[in-house]
Design a protein around this ligand. Structure first.
Ligand code: ADP
Ligand code: MG
Length: 682
């Protein structure tokens, strides 16, 4: 990048110290910062036909003044001007606030051009601009910038124009030529001009397209370089598994793998075979068959002479997994053991001893497995089933553990593809996007709270057929702030309603772990028929006899989370049901409930959720770790994101990237970003 651009903004003729101070408050310090301060939207001055404009959209129209304007004052400085304007065959009303001086310029039967927001129902444009005469301006778009303090939108437009006219020639290319050619991208200077001063729609699109690619490419270059370096530095174990025995095992399974499972198994196996350390995230909806993939990987590891570990978040889950994995692996002579905190005393010492001596092939337990005094003989593979919480910290602990085993993270949270490759950019991602054939879908209904009686009747029907029911509430206790049904209240109500006929249990996050376990166990033994719970139940349990779930205040949950909760039912061969009790006020809220009732595909739901709520809300504040892009939008530009990722990945694998002069700029960027050590460049 040209050093001229790194000068203070005061280097621009027309920008003084005072302006520079104000710009600094907007984090604009250098000429480059100013040039790269992009508009967040554009005023669209293209004339439109009112019939094509949706309610609440912004619009520019041209029309004839059809009435004398009237002006009303209220308060000292506030005014409201109204005038009727004939636009084509439409007679509409134009309203303008606090610009009283316009009144005298408006003349009956003259042409005016009005820009503002269209209220379709009332046929009113609330205008922020009214120009006398035709829409003669040769501009289709005007950029709108976020401003602060003393800087106005007009002001920043002028400063950027000054900067561009004085320093435009210093803007150099930052993308490798081959990508510019391949994707027909505008060069950097022209793209910048297009974003700041677009003459038309086409230019704007082209400028945007280039910067979207640039932002994603640079971001991915960093991620991919990190990934490559990490791989090379953390030498893993090359597991030479026996293919024929593995095939025998796969053939022994009571089902044929889905093609998604096959693809994922191949991805995992090729990681295991390589001398790189596997660092892979496996996503698959609840019930998509991740456990089978885990069993195959564990088996493969054993044939290569290594031990494997499977870690899950809770003891109940550990027990359930141990059982299903054992059923698969026992017939082949593999020795699987369960290790949880309930395994104590002599038994525990035995397990630890056998593990150390290499007599145990597969160890299954909670996360404590890897943190405690547990010693493996030859650990080759660690699989974690995080269900839905992907602890960043956990990832690190595993990586730092001395033995360098291959690591596979499994999660049932459908993370939208685009977020997955961003947030987990340094990991490889595998996705099982297909359900085994013949699965019954869970019938989902949206009910208003006033239909509670009918919902109770529905519950009664399932219960009397010998099934069990989950009832989920957002909060534990009554709260002044949020008018939501709380678990304790709901529990009391249901106890009363079903008194003497069915047992109602209560579970929430404030119970001690042992209490939780015991409630959960009682439910899984059908000693409790109705389980009222907060979302803690999400962290998966398998009670196939539960065929119904009622979710109170469902609009308070994210779609992905609702789907996750819903996955607790539908685990047996009976038809299962989910009832969403919700009274959302907003359109988006209603839309979300409808989508839940209509869609059973976790990935489709998570994409939709992302679209409706945006990436920030999707992960919640704390977790996000999402990069910020100025021009690009992870949701809408995800194709570009994937392209950039693939390009960056293959570039860092190439020899030229590390040696050719052509890539010096990019290598410098990596160095500045702290990805590369200085010496590595020579
Ligand atoms: P997940 O761990 O992804 O939630 P599981 O591995 O527990 O899913 O699989 C759910 C159920 O589907 C299990 O009963 C399993 O035996 C069965 N299953 C797994 N793969 C297949 C398949 N390819 N065809 C039919 N059933 C399968
Ligand atoms: Mg599972």
């Amino acid at each position: 990048m040209n050093p001229n651009l790194y000068q203070s903004v005061t280097a621009v003729k027309g920008i003084g110290e005072e302006t520079a101070e104000s710009l600094a408050e907007m984090n604009i310090f250098t000429v480059k910062d100013l040039l790269e301060y992009f508009p967040y939207r554009y005023e669209d001055y293209r004339l439109k036909d009112l019939t094509e404009i949706k309610h609440d959209e912004r619009v520019t129209v041209e029309g004839k003044v059809h009435s004398e304007p009237s002006l009303a004052y209220y308060g000292r400085k506030r005014s409201r001007l109204t005038v009727r304007v004939l636009v084509g065959r439409y007679l509409i009303q134009v309203v303008m606030f606090n610009q009283p001086y316009i009144k005298n310029k408006i003349i009956l039967n003259e042409t005016v051009t009005v820009t503002g927001k269209w209220d379709q129902h009332r046929q009113v444009i609330t205008a922020n601009e009214l120009k006398i005469g035709n829409a003669s301006s040769n501009k289709d778009f005007e950029p709108v910038y976020a401003v602060k303090g003393n800087i106005t939108v007009k002001g920043i437009r002028r400063f950027i124009k000054l900067a561009f006219s004085q320093y435009g020639n210093d803007i150099t290319e930052t993308l490798p030529e081959k990508y510019l050619l391949q994707y027909r991208l505008l060069n950097r200077r022209d793209s910048m001009r297009s974003l700041h001063f677009p003459a038309n729609d086409h230019e704007l699109k082209q400028g945007r397209r280039r910067f979207v690619y640039e932002e994603f490419f640079y971001f991915q270059l960093k991620m991919q370089a990190l990934r490559k370096i990490e791989r090379e530095q953390s030498k893993g174990v090359a597991q030479a598994y026996e293919l024929s025995r593995l095939m025998e095992f796969i053939d022994s399974l009571p089902f044929a793998l889905t093609s998604a499972q096959k693809r994922v198994v191949n991805e995992v196996l090729s990681d295991m075979k390589s001398s790189y350390r596997m660092n892979r995230l496996l996503q698959g909806d609840v019930g998509s068959g991740k456990t089978a993939v885990a069993a195959i990987a564990l088996f493969a590891s054993r044939t290569a002479g290594f031990q494997g570990a499977l870690m899950v978040p809770t003891e109940i889950l550990a027990e359930q997994h141990a059982e299903s994995i054992k059923t698969m692996l026992d017939p082949f002579g593999l020795h699987c053991e369960l290790l949880t905190s309930s395994v104590k005393g002599k038994r525990r010492r035995e397990v630890l001893q056998h593990l150390k001596e290499g007599d145990i092939d597969v160890l299954i337990g909670t996360h404590a497995l890897i943190q405690e005094e547990v010693e493996f003989n030859k650990l080759g593979l660690v699989i974690t089933d995080e269900q839905h919480r992907f602890g960043v910290g956990q990832r690190r602990i595993l990586r730092e553990k001395g033995e360098n085993p291959d690591v596979l993270f499994m999660t049932a949270t459908p993370i939208p593809r685009t977020l997955a490759i961003t947030v987990f950019g340094e990991m490889d991602v595998s996705i099982i996007d297909e359900m085994p054939a013949g699965r019954k879908t869970i019938e989902t209904y949206w009910a208003k709270p006033e239909m509670l009686d009918r919902v109770l009747g529905f519950m009664e029907k399932e219960l009397s057929a010998g099934q069990q029911v989950y009832v989920i509430c957002p909060l534990i206790e009554e709260s002044d702030k949020l008018d939501v049904q709380n678990a304790i209240d709901v529990h009391a109500t249901l106890m009363h309603h079903f008194y003497g006929r069915y047992e109602v249990g209560l579970m929430h996050g404030r119970l001690h772990p042992e209490e939780k376990e015991s409630v959960m166990k009682a439910f899984s033994r059908n000693e409790i028929q109705i389980l009222v719970s907060t979302t803690v139940v999400e962290v998966g349990v398998n009670v196939p006899n539960a065929t119904m779930m009622v979710i109170y205040d469902a609009e308070r949950f994210g779609l992905a989370q609702l789907h996750q909760l819903r996955g607790r039912v539908g685990r047996g061969d009976k038809q299962s049901y989910c009832v969403l009790l919700a009274d959302p006020k907003s359109e988006v809220g209603k839309e979300r409930m409808k989508i839940m009732a209509e869609t059973n595909d976790g990935f489709a739901l998570s994409e939709k959720d992302l679209e409706l709520r945006g990436p920030g809300d999707f992960f919640g504040k704390k977790q996000s770790g999402l990069p910020e892009f100025k021009v690009a939008d992870m949701v809408h530009d995800y194709r570009a994101l994937e392209t950039a990722r693939n390009d960056a990945a293959s570039l860092v694998e190439s020899n030229e990237f590390w040696h050719s002069d052509e890539y010096q700029t990019l290598r410098n960027y990596l160095k500045e970003a702290g990805v590369l050590e200085g010496e590595k460049l020579d």
